[in-house]
Design a protein around this ligand. Structure first.
Ligand code: FE
Ligand code: FE
Ligand code: MG
Length: 166
């Protein structure tokens, strides 16, 4: 733990660590939802969906790493068990039980929209108090906004393909 780095945080550090761990839980659940969704996906444009979901899984895992590093920097401990992810999550986990591409994409779009709102709130909470966490939240939010658009574009393409029987 960097003592000066922690001392400059202008809010309750334990409260901030709680928020960071909630986001950390979200990222692991999002990672697994994407990773498994990519494997099981069936239907139109399966290969494009596989590539996009696999890429997003890698991004979510990278986000988990960014959050873990910040938690440790602040003297906290990233959640130690997968059971803790379910307790702490903001955005939950949508079970990819139906492998049809559009169903998976809709589930992941819902997750991204929740993530966008969660990081917007984290930025709001930290904007005066902690510019370092604010910057991490901004970087992650930028990725989540891109993810949502990527998935919505895929849904649009699948729908066009079906309408026009391409
Ligand atoms: Fe993420
Ligand atoms: Fe995402
Ligand atoms: Mg993408």
């Amino acid at each position: 733990m960097g003592t000066k780095g922690r001392a400059i945080v202008g809010m309750d550090v334990d409260q901030l660590l709680g928020l960071l761990n909630r986001a950390f839980a979200d990222e692991w659940l999002a990672y697994y939802q994407y990773w498994l969704g990519a494997k099981v996906a069936k239907g139109p444009m399966r290969e494009g969906v596989f590539a996009e979901l696999t890429q997003h899984a890698a991004d979510e895992l990278r986000h988990a790493g960014m959050l873990a590093d910040r938690i440790i920097q602040l003297g906290g401990t990233p959640l130690l068990t997968p059971q803790d992810w379910y307790e702490a999550t903001n955005c939950g986990y949508e079970i990819p039980a139906d492998p049809y591409v559009e169903t998976l994409l809709e589930q992941n779009i819902k997750g991204e929209q929740c993530a966008i709102e969660a990081y917007r709130q984290l930025m709001e909470t930290t904007k005066e108090a902690d510019p370092v966490t604010f910057n991490i939240a901004l970087q992650i939010l930028t990725d989540e906004v891109e993810h949502e658009e990527d998935l919505q574009a895929l849904v649009e393409d699948i729908q066009l393909m079906k309408e026009r029987r391409l």
